[in-house]
Design a binder for this molecule. Structure first.
Ligand code: SF4
Length: 231
C-alpha cells in the first residue's frame, strides 16, 4: 500500500512529503492523491496507482465512443478551441459567448438566483448586445412554499418560497434555449438544474455567500484563515 501511495516525485499534490496519514492509507488512491499529474504531457513517470496507465481499454473506448456523437463532439471540440484560442485572453463571460457561438447557440437561457438578479441582468445585457436572444428564469419562480414539498419550516427563516431549479429547467426547455447559463444557484439546486436541463449548461457564477461568489477563496486559504476546514 505504501508503494502504491508514492507518486513519481514522492509527494502528494498538496506538496506534503513523507507518509500518508491514516485517512489517506485507508482510502482508494486516485488522481486527487497524485503529485506528478504527468497525464498532462505524458513525458515522465506515472505513480503506481495511475488512472491512465491502469485504465481498462474498454472503459476508455466507451468514453471515446461518446465523443463520436455529433452533438457531443461539437461541444468537446468547441470547448477545446475556446480554451486554446483565448487562453488567458478572455474573461469567462466572453468565453461563454465564444462557446455559444461555436456550438451555434443563438438563444441563451439564464437560470439565476434571485440574490444575483442584478448580475443576471448585466449578463443578459451583455449577451443581448452581442447578438444573442436571452430568456431568464429566477429560482423562486412559481412562488411555492418550502413546506409544500416537505422542506422543514425552519428553512423559511431565509425566505418562505422554495428555490425551484426543476421549474427553471422546464421553463427554459419549453423556450428551447440552446445553451443555459447558470448564475449563482445554491449548492444542490444547481445539481437538479443540471439534471433537468435539456440544453447543455455552463456555470458562469458559483454561489458562495461568504466569499462574494468566489468559492476557491476557501481553498486558497485552507491552511490559513480557513484552517478549520482541514483540521
Ligand atoms: S492520470 Fe495518472 S498522472 Fe494523471 S493525475 Fe491521475 S494518477 Fe496522476
Amino acid at each position: 500500500m505504501e508503494e502504491r501511495w508514492k507518486t513519481g516525485e514522492g509527494e502528494t499534490q498538496s506538496g506534503r512529503r513523507g507518509e500518508p496519514d491514516s485517512t489517506e492509507r485507508q482510502s482508494t488512491l486516485s488522481c486527487i492523491d497524485c503529485g506528478v499529474v504527468n497525464c498532462r504531457k505524458g513525458d515522465r513517470t506515472y505513480p503506481d496507482f495511475c488512472l491512465t496507465t491502469g485504465l481498462e481499454e474498454d472503459l476508455l473506448a466507451e468514453a471515446l465512443a461518446e465523443y463520436e456523437k455529433p452533438d457531443v463532439n461539437r461541444i468537446a471540440v468547441v470547448a477545446a478551441e475556446v480554451e486554446a484560442d483565448y487562453y488567458c485572453k478572455l474573461t469567462r463571460v466572453e468565453e461563454t459567448m465564444e462557446f455559444a457561438r461555436g456550438i451555434g447557440a443563438k438563444k441563451l437561457g439564464i437560470a439565476t438566483c434571485v440574490g444575483l438578479m442584478q448580475e443576471a441582468r448585466t449578463a443578459a445585457k451583455i449577451f443581448r448586445k452581442n447578438g444573442f436572444e436571452v430568456y431568464g428564469v429566477a429560482c423562486k419562480c412559481g412562488a411555492v412554499r418550502k413546506t409544500d414539498i416537505g422542506i422543514p419550516a425552519r428553512c423559511e427563516k431565509v425566505g418562505p418560497h422554495m428555490c425551484s431549479p426543476i421549474l427553471q429547467a422546464k421553463l427554459l426547455n419549453r423556450e428551447k434555449t440552446e445553451l443555459n447559463v447558470l448564475i449563482g444557484l445554491c449548492v444542490g439546486h444547481d445539481s437538479l438544474f443540471y439534471k433537468y436541463s435539456d440544453a447543455p449548461v455552463t456555470t458562469l457564477v458559483a454561489k458562495d455567500r461568504v466569499l462574494a461568489h468566489n468559492p476557491v477563496g476557501a481553498l486558497y486559504q485552507a491552511d490559513k484563515y480557513y484552517r478549520r476546514l482541514t483540521e
